[in-house]
Design a protein around this ligand. Structure first.
Ligand code: ATP
Ligand code: MG
Length: 400
C-alpha cells in the first residue's frame, strides 16, 4: 500500500510545478510484497524550496542535505536530485584525496540522480500521476533474479562512500539476495576505508545492521567479507580463540531477530553488551588476577571497552549505561542472595541481565544452574523463595 503522506508530499511538489517521485527502498519493498520501513521522495526542488512548501519541515545533514517533512506524525525524507558528475567539484561537492565525498550537494537531473544511488534495486522512481515506475539501472531484472548490484564502478562507489560496503551486505541479508560478483570483488579490500566514516553515522548504520530482524545473517555476511573487524575491532581479538563467545553473540542476534519478528521491544544495549562481552570478560580476568576485586575488575574492563568502542560507533550514553548495568548485574545475580534477591528482580535492568545469563548458559558457559535458579525464583511464591534462598546460601557457604 502506498503511503498517503508520501503521496501528499509528491502532490504538493508537483502542484507547484516541480518533478517529484516516491523512490528508494519503499518501492523496492512494495515490489517484493514487503512492508516498507519508511518512504523517501526525490524532487528537483532544492532544500530551501522544499522547506518553504511545508509547515513542518526542516533541513538536516551537511554532507548530504535532506529535508524531513512531518505530516500526521510521520516523517517523509525528501531529497533533491543529486548529480554524480565526476568533473564537477566546488564547495557543494568536496572529495578527499582518497576519493571520499565529504560533501555531496551538487544538484542534478532525474537521470543524474538515478545513477548516484547505491544499488540498482534502490533506484526505482514511482510517479503517482500515471502510476508508473521508472527503472534507469536495470533494477527490475536484478529484483527478479535476487541480485544486489552497485550502480557504476564498485570500487569508485565504495571509495566515495565506504558506508555502501555495509549497505550492500545489509540488503543482501535483508532481502536474501546474492551479491553480484563485481559488486562483491572489491569489498574486502575496501573494508579499511570504514574508519573514515564518522562514529555517529556508523552507530546509526549498526542499528540497521543488527536491529532490523536479520542480525544473524548480516553478522555472518559481515564476517565473510572481513568487515566486522572494522566495526568491532576488539571482538576480533577475542572471538577466534573462544567459540563460546561467538555462540553468545550468535544467540543474542537470534534472540533479537525473533523479538523483532514478534514485534517485541528490543534494545541495542543488549546486542552491544554481547558484542563487547568477550573483551570485557577477558580484560576483567586479567585485572582480577592483578589484585582488583571481581566487581572493580569488571567495572574497569567495561569502562575501557566502552571508551574504545564509542570512538568507532558513537553509542549514546543511555545505552552504554544499560550495557554496564547488564554486565555488572552478572556478578550481582551470582552473589546477591538473601533479601537482596527480591530487590534485584525489581531492578529495571533485571530482565536484560537475566536474559544475558540465559544467553551465556545456552552458549555453553557453566554457571551452576544460575539461570534456572532465577527462573524458578521469579515464578515461585514467597515461602518457596525463602527456601530457595536458604538452600542457595548453604551451597554458597560450602563453596567458599
Ligand atoms: P530502508 O529504509 O528499508 O533501510 P532504503 O533503500 O530506503 O532502505 P535509505 O537509507 O532510507 O534506504 O535511503 C533511501 C535511498 O537513498 C536508498 O534507497 C538509495 O537509493 C539512496 N541512498 C541511501 N544511502 C545511500 C548511499 N550511501 N549512497 C548512495 N545512495 C544512497
Ligand atoms: Mg528508506
Amino acid at each position: 500500500m502506498m503511503n498517503s503522506q508520501a503521496l501528499e508530499v509528491v502532490e504538493k511538489l508537483t502542484s507547484e510545478g516541480f518533478q517529484a517521485f516516491i523512490v528508494g527502498g519503499s518501492i523496492r519493498d512494495l515490489l517484493l510484497n514487503r512492508v516498507p520501513k519508511d518512504f523517501d521522495v526525490a524532487t528537483n526542488a532544492n532544500p530551501i524550496q522544499i522547506k518553504s512548501l511545508f509547515d513542518r519541515a526542516r533541513i538536516i545533514g551537511r554532507r548530504f542535505q535532506i529535508v524531513h517533512v512531518k505530516l500526521n506524525k510521520q516523517i517523509i525524507e525528501v531529497t533533491t536530485f543529486r548529480s554524480n558528475n565526476k568533473d564537477l567539484f566546488n564547495e557543494q561537492r568536496i572529495r578527499t584525496k582518497n576519493g571520499m565525498l565529504t560533501r555531496d550537494n551538487v544538484f542534478g537531473s532525474l537521470t543524474d540522480d538515478s545513477i548516484r544511488r547505491d544499488l540498482s534495486v534502490n533506484a526505482f522512481y514511482y510517479d503517482p500521476h500515471d502510476n508508473t515506475i521508472t527503472d534507469f539501472t536495470n533494477g527490475f531484472s536484478d529484483l527478479r533474479e535476487g541480485i544486489i548490484r552497485i550502480i557504476g564502478d564498485p570500487a569508485t562507489r565504495y571509495r566515495e562512500d565506504p558506508l555502501r560496503l555495509l549497505r550492500v551486505v545489509r540488503f543482501a541479508a535483508k532481502l536474501n539476495f546474492l551479491i553480484d560478483s563485481s559488486t562483491r570483488a572489491p569489498i574486502k579490500q575496501h573494508g579499511k576505508d570504514l574508519k573514515q566514516i564518522s562514529a555517529p553515522r556508523l552507530f546509526d548504520e549498526s542499528l540497521k545492521l543488527f536491529m532490523s530482524g536479520h542480525g544473524l545473517k548480516t553478522f555472518e555476511l559481515l564476517n565473510e567479507f572481513d568487515l566486522l573487524r572494522h566495526i568491532f575491532p576488539t571482538l576480533f581479538d577475542n572471538i577466534d580463540s573462544n567459540d563460546l563467545h561467538l555462540k553468545i553473540i550468535q544467540k543474542a542476534l537470534t534472540n533479537t531477530d525473533s523479538r523483532v519478528e514478534n514485534k517485541q521491544r528490543v534494545t541495542p544495549a543488549f546486542i552491544f553488551a554481547a558484542f563487547l562481552w568477550p573483551e570485557v570478560q577477558s580484560n576483567a580476568k586479567v585485572l582480577h588476577s592483578q589484585g582488583k576485586s571481581v566487581r572493580q575488575a569488571l567495572e574497569d574492563a567495561a569502562e575501557r571497552a566502552i571508551a574504545c568502542q564509542i570512538r568507532i560507533t558513537a553509542i549514546p550514553k543511555r545505552f552504554t549505561l544499560s550495557m554496564r548495568q547488564i554486565w555488572s548485574l552478572q556478578i550481582s545475580l551470582e552473589k546477591n542472595i538473601g533479601a537482596r534477591a527480591h530487590r534485584l528482580i525489581h531492578n529495571p535492568r533485571f530482565r536484560a541481565a537475566y536474559d544475558f545469563v540465559l544467553l551465556r548458559e545456552q552458549a555453553g558457559e557453566n554457571l551452576n544452574g544460575l539461570g534456572d535458579w532465577w527462573t524458578k525464583y521469579q515464578t515461585s511464591d514467597e515461602k518457596i523463595q525463602r527456601k530457595m534462598i536458604s538452600t542457595r546460601k548453604q551451597q554458597h557457604r560450602r563453596k567458599c
